[in-house]
Each structure stands twice: as structure tokens, then as C-alpha cells.
Design a protein around this ligand. Structure first.
Ligand SMILES: CC(C)(COP(=O)(O)OP(=O)(O)OC[C@H]1O[C@@H](n2cnc3c(N)ncnc32)[C@H](O)[C@@H]1OP(=O)(O)O)[C@@H](O)C(=O)NCCC(=O)NCCS
Length: 149
């Protein structure tokens, strides 16, 4: 069942099925190539697999392109551990669509951590009205905690 759809852009959002997992990993691997500051890809994949096994996951898809984005939500904490949109599908509303559906599911303002080097994502969050939370987690100085509207 679609939870949101964007007629003009052609994408829709639904809950993940197990059969989506390999496409989610492929999209994640593609996006990670731009995260040159991050460590081993294998560790990131292990973290993603764990997150998928314990959290809710939304996927955005388009008929021709297939999977174009995904978001992993720790619903009780309203915390987004992963949000990735295919590079060819950015600036088409997919990221904000995934966050809007996650916000509805969590029934609370969302939070997430963004790498300090990730200027591109930071600009996107600022455009969407996210703000930096005061007293960022001192155990993870390499990231900033943001909260959504
Ligand atoms: C960050 C990311 C999820 C944003 O997704 P997206 O689908 O491109 O975002 P949207 O198209 O929904 O854009 C939402 C708003 O942000 C703006 N925006 C998006 N990226 C932007 C950027 N780099 N600079 C300035 N504004 C930006 C859009 O113009 C839009 O503003 P509007 O509502 O005023 O029109 C996407 O760029 C991405 O996957 N990046 C790589 C992975 C990543 O860094 N993930 C975040 C980990 S914390």
C-alpha cells in the first residue's frame, strides 16, 4: 500500500518488503562512494543490516527506475538512522517525502545525526527547516544532531 505518491515526479512511498533488501544495499553502496570520510564499507553494511532487522524502513520507488530512496526509522525514538536518495533522483522531493511519512509514523518530530563533512545534506536539512540540537552528543563529535519541524 502506498503511503505517499508524487504524481508529477512519478515516485511513491511504501513500507519495505524483505525482497527490497538487496536493492536497498545497492543504493546505499552507491551513495557511500561520496562519503570519502567514512570507514570500511563492510562495517556500514553490517550497521545497515542490523538497522533493517530492528527498525521500520520506508522505500521510495518509481516504475522505470525502481528503488530511488529509503529511510530507516527507529519509531519509538522518532530517530532516523539512514536516509539515502539515489543521486539521479535528488531534488525531486523524495527525501522530504520520506521524512514526512516517517514523521507521521513516529507521531513526533524526528531527529537524526549528520556527518559534519556532509555539507550537501546539511543544506538540504536547512532548506527543510531542520535545526541543530544544542549540546550535540559529546561521544560522537564527528556528527551533528538535528531535529525536524
Ligand atoms: C540529503 C538527501 C536525503 C536529500 O534528499 P532529496 O530527495 O534530494 O531532498 P528533496 O528533493 O526532498 O529536497 C527537500 C528540500 O531541500 C532542498 N535541497 C535538497 N538538497 C539540497 C542541497 N544540497 N542544497 C540546497 N537545498 C537542497 C530542496 O530544494 C528542497 O527545498 P524546497 O522544499 O524549498 O524545494 C539527499 O541529498 C541524499 O540522499 N544525499 C546523500 C545521502 C545523505 O547524505 N544522506 C543523509 C545522511 S544524514
Amino acid at each position: 500500500m502506498d503511503l505517499m505518491s508524487h504524481r508529477a515526479a512519478g515516485w511513491s512511498i511504501r513500507l519495505r518488503l524483505k525482497s527490497d533488501n538487496s536493492r536497498i544495499e545497492n543504493l546505499f553502496r552507491d551513495c557511500l562512494t561520496a562519503f570519502t570520510w567514512r570507514g570500511q564499507e563492510t562495517e556500514e553494511i553490517i550497521r545497515l543490516r542490523h538497522a533493517l532487522s530492528v527498525s521500520d524502513c520506508l522505500i521510495a520507488q518509481e516504475k522505470q527506475a525502481g528503488l530511488v530512496g529509503f529511510l530507516v526509522l527507529e519509531r519509538p525514538k522518532a530517530y532516523v538512522s539512514h536516509l539515502f536518495v539515489d543521486a539521479d533522483w535528488r531534488l525531486c522531493g523524495v527525501g522530504s517525502g520520506l521524512l514526512a511519512v516517517a514523521r507521521d509514523l513516529a507521531r513526533a518530530p524526528l531527529s537524526l545525526d549528520v556527518d559534519v563533512q556532509n555539507d550537501f545534506a546539511m543544506r538540504a536539512y536547512k532548506a527543510m527547516g531542520w535545526v541543530e540540537k544544542v549540546g550535540t552528543n559529546p561521544t560522537r563529535p564527528e556528527q551533528k544532531r538535528l531535529t525536524g519541524p
